[in-house]
Design a binder for this molecule. Structure first.
Ligand SMILES: CC(C)(COP(=O)(O)OP(=O)(O)OC[C@H]1O[C@@H](n2cnc3c(N)ncnc32)[C@H](O)[C@@H]1OP(=O)(O)O)[C@@H](O)C(=O)NCCC(=O)NCCS
Length: 195
């Protein structure tokens, strides 16, 4: 476990000082950048970001990694990337990247939601583990207790209902929910909605 002044850890002076209470683990050559205006709560260890060798995590301007009720954990394998867009809200959720997870501008992820870009295990001896990037679009809202699997693409301004399972592509401006999540209707402009 490395400290506040480690090489590879770039916390903008205008990011919340509460990030000093987070737990960051950086492998060799890993880079974690937290931009101006990004915030979290001051709860020791409630925010945990683990980067394997050569991994990259960027937390953009004004992103809120909200740990008030549940922890936020971002686990990034060697060489993998996670990007959290500006004005986004990660509320008590878990992201696990072996290749890439992107959360767009002003994307919301609710409590208990888990996002995986890899199956985490080989399927059988002839079929290796599958890994495909996950994209959560600008102004999208993934509600609570959702599981997002490898290769999922959630379009801009789309909404995923609580307890859903996302396995594929959800177009932009679409409400989807259920296990597996099915397209249920249109969603308008979400760019001005508040946290
Ligand atoms: C996605 C959501 C916004 C949809 O709301 P809505 O469009 O108003 O949907 P309604 O409540 O009118 O329900 C419409 C139908 O869909 C069903 N439904 C709604 N959300 C569902 C979900 N997540 N999973 C399965 N079915 C769902 C309802 O049972 C209802 O079925 P019926 O027509 O057979 O009675 C809402 O259900 C939801 O999931 N909110 C998330 C709340 C949350 O997790 N907040 C925490 C902070 S992120």
């Amino acid at each position: 476990v490395r400290g506040w002044r480690e090489p590879g850890l770039h916390i903008h002076p205008a990011a919340s000082s509460n990030f000093c209470a987070a737990e960051f683990v950086l492998g060799e050559g890993a880079v974690l950048s937290i931009a101006a205006g990004a915030v979290t709560e001051r709860r020791p260890g409630a925010l945990r970001i683990v980067l394997g060798d050569g991994a990259e995590v960027t937390v953009a301007e004004r992103a809120w990694l909200r740990t008030e009720i549940e922890r936020v954990q971002i686990i990034v394998g060697p060489g993998a990337k996670v990007h959290i867009g500006p004005d986004s809200l990660l509320n008590g959720c878990y992201l696990s990247a072996k290749k890439s997870i992107t959360v767009g501008v002003h994307g919301f992820i609710g409590m208990g939601t888990r996002v995986f870009d890899a199956d985490q295990h080989d399927f059988d001896t002839e079929h290796a583990e599958r890994i495909d990037p996950v994209e959560i679009g600008d102004h999208a809202w993934v509600a609570s207790d959702v599981t997002v699997l490898r290769g999922a693409q959630i379009g801009a301004h789309s909404v995923v209902g609580a307890r859903s399972l996302v396995t594929g592509k959800i177009p932009s401006h679409t409400l989807a929910y259920g296990v597996p999540a099915r397209l249920k209707g249109p969603v308008g402009d979400r760019s001005k909605v508040h946290h």
